[in-house]
Design a protein around this ligand. Structure first.
Ligand code: SF4
Ligand code: SF4
Length: 601
């Protein structure tokens, strides 16, 4: 999946989207369970009289609103009885929602009133926004008059999934019918179909311009499509709708065609499910089906601390419950085994620059994260373009320090938008057994350990040369310097009651660099003091790796040279030169006198 050229200086990852099989199989239909769960966007307000309550009988296709002027609604996919209505939260940032649990009955009574479905935008907004694919009719109404371009996306926006590609090709006839209905109800003439280039020959549409999409992530995200295909740059903080471009999933268009054909809402959602082994399942489940029912029908076992991700590895979110329901916009479900979950760290940014190279929005992420960590959200927006972030997750995917960059960015945007909201009072999810966190759920594998190990390996030839020239004393200084540096960091970790950080090899590298700058005949106690200055005053006192304003090894050298100059004064050293010992300046000797082995002995 990830390709890196051996001969490039660029750290930009090249992640490619999954390809549809040459002869894709139809989705496996899941049974409708006895209990279904629907989510409403509004939270419960105990001060208001609700329009629905526990024990109400509902019909298939019935619109369920919580209050008279609620903004969102759900549509019951079955006839039955409301068993419960309670509060539900997806994560700490998305806010509270309402969960309705319906027990299916055998009567299968259907809501009437759909027989004369008008080809009209306001009817669609009032009744059809919960179709599979979640058609954005609300956005079209809200920005009516502004929107001039409609982009139907048959290209998937995250990795691993093929849902949109499958719908775009296997249901091309319905897609074309739906596109014509969409054209009539929106009166828009500029309609594009975004489909991966390798699939464009499989679709032929009247009145729709086909846009071949690249398979490189994140080229199928709306902001990138606008920039690369429509020549429009999405300004910071704006949505595509506000810029006159509306994106709609291919599945939403197909559902529209099916609904107008059946004169009733449809509920079967196509999903790409990737299990713990990486095997891909294409399934079709009724909206409201708990994921746990799908897992048991497919024989998938979920264990404690596993992670269930709704969406792909770069942009999805981890749910805390295996009973999370199928929703109209759910294209992908990814299950990660607890053993495959990557660890994040609270290490500081080391300014490696990988995130900046990876960012398609050219955001100085290393600076941005510092403002976000300091909760200076407005400065982050003003100085570091926080609102230009397109949430691709690439910066966190490549971060050497494994900082939770996406979480910081999402929190920053959320706090900017709703400055009056705080985390206090939100539902705690600490009781859960699954592992939850924000995307990306993949990492390119880089780490501080690898980075420091590479530098140590790169220094080894010079260190070995020094040992060959200066003999055992040089080896002794290097060994002492590395050991003392590691020891100091361990002691400081223990005293400050912080987790041991020596595993990232940073103190070993400081010790090696420091030792290589010392004369081979330096007393051991100078090494002890110097490594203390380097590790404690040069790094730990500022907050550890990445927080240091100076190079720790150089700071150690500077303090030693000011304090015990005689050990570093080369003229004095020449005066006290011990001629039995190898030369102080071997390269000078090699250049001006004779080959090293001759002049040194
Ligand atoms: S998530 Fe935002 S900041 Fe990070 S690489 Fe993507 S666009 Fe840039
Ligand atoms: S450590 Fe992470 S945040 Fe800092 S520059 Fe490197 S990739 Fe960016």
């Amino acid at each position: 999946m990830i390709k890196r050229s051996f001969f490039t200086l660029s750290n930009k990852p090249r992640l490619t989207c999954a390809l549809l099989e040459p002869d894709p199989e139809a989705p496996v239909k899941m049974d409708v369970p006895a209990l279904l769960t629907l989510l409403l966007p509004d939270p419960i307000d105990s001060t208001r009289a609700a329009l629905i309550k526990k024990g109400d009988v509902v019909k298939k296709g019935q619109k369920l609103l919580l209050y008279e002027n609620s903004t969102g609604y759900a549509v019951s996919p079955v006839s039955g009885i409301i068993k419960s209505i309670d509060t539900f939260t997806v994560d700490n940032i998305s806010g509270l929602r309402t969960r309705i649990t319906i027990e299916k009955d055998a009567r299968d009574t259907e809501q009437t009133g759909y027989a004369d479905m008008a080809e009209d935008l306001s009817f669609a907004a009032r009744h059809l926004t919960q179709l599979p694919g979640a058609p954005p009719f609300d956005g079209l109404i809200q920005h009516n008059g502004k929107i001039s371009t409609l982009v139907i996306t048959a290209a998937d926006t995250d990795l691993l999934t093929t849902t949109s590609q499958y719908i775009g090709t296997a249901r091309a006839t319905l897609l074309q019918e739906g596109a014509q209905i969409l054209k009539r109800i929106t009166n828009l003439s500029k309609i594009y179909l975004l489909i991966p280039g390798y699939l464009q020959d499989r679709v032929r549409f009247d009145g729709v311009t086909v846009m071949p999409a690249s398979l490189t992530y994140p080229d199928t995200l709306p902001a990138m499509v606008m920039k690369n295909h429509l020549d429009k740059v999405l300004p910071a903080g704006k949505t595509p709708d506000e810029m006159g471009v509306c994106f709609i999933r291919a599945e939403a268009v197909v559902s529209l065609a099916r609904a107008y054909e059946a004169k009733a809402p449809v509920f079967e959602k196509c999903i790409t499910l990737i299990d713990k082994t990486g095997a891909r399942h294409r399934i079709e489940a009724v909206i409201g089906t708990p994921l746990s029912s799908i897992f048991s029908q497919l024989g998938i076992q979920i264990d404690g601390q596993d992670r269930i991700i709704i969406g792909g590895p770069m942009q999805g979110f981890a749910t805390f419950t295996p009973h999370h329901p199928v929703t109209p916009d759910m294209d992908t479900v990814l299950i990660q085994d607890k053993g495959d979950i990557i660890s994040l760290s609270d290490t500081n940014c080391v300014n490696c620059g990988k995130c900046i190279q990876a960012c398609p929005a050219d955001i100085p992420v290393n600076l941005l994260v510092r403002f976000l960590q300091a909760t200076q959200y407005e400065t982050a927006a003003d100085k570091c373009d926080l609102e230009s972030c397109i949430d691709c997750g690439l910066c966190a995917y490549v971060c050497t320090s494994r900082i939770a960059l996406s979480q910081y960015i999402r929190l920053g945007k959320h706090e900017l938008k709703n400055s009056e909201l705080t985390h206090k009072g939100r539902l705690s999810m600490n009781h859960t057994k699954l592992t939850v966190s924000h995307a990306p759920f993949w990492h390119d594998g880089d780490s501080l350990f690898k980075k420091n190990l590479n530098v140590i390996i790169a220094l080894l030839p010079a260190a070995v040369f020094g040992i060959l020239q200066f003999g055992a004393p040089a080896l002794g200084v290097l060994a002492l310097s590395m050991s003392f540096a590691i020891l100091w960091e361990m002691i400081i970790n223990l005293i400050t009651k912080k987790p041991l950080t020596v595993g990232d090899l940073d103190s070993a590298l400081i010790g090696l660099l420091f030792g290589m700058m010392l004369p081979a005949v330096i007393p051991w106690w100078i090494v002890l003091v110097g490594t203390f200055v380097a590790v404690f005053m040069g790094k730990m006192i500022f907050g550890g790796t990445g927080a240091n304003p100076f190079n720790p090894a150089l700071l150690g050298m500077a303090v030693l040279m000011l304090s015990w100059n005689m050990f570093f004064d080369f003229n004095t050293a020449y005066v006290n030169y011990e001629f039995d010992f190898t030369a102080l300046a071997p390269l000078v000797a090699v250049k001006f006198q004779a080959p090293a082995p001759i002049c040194f002995h």
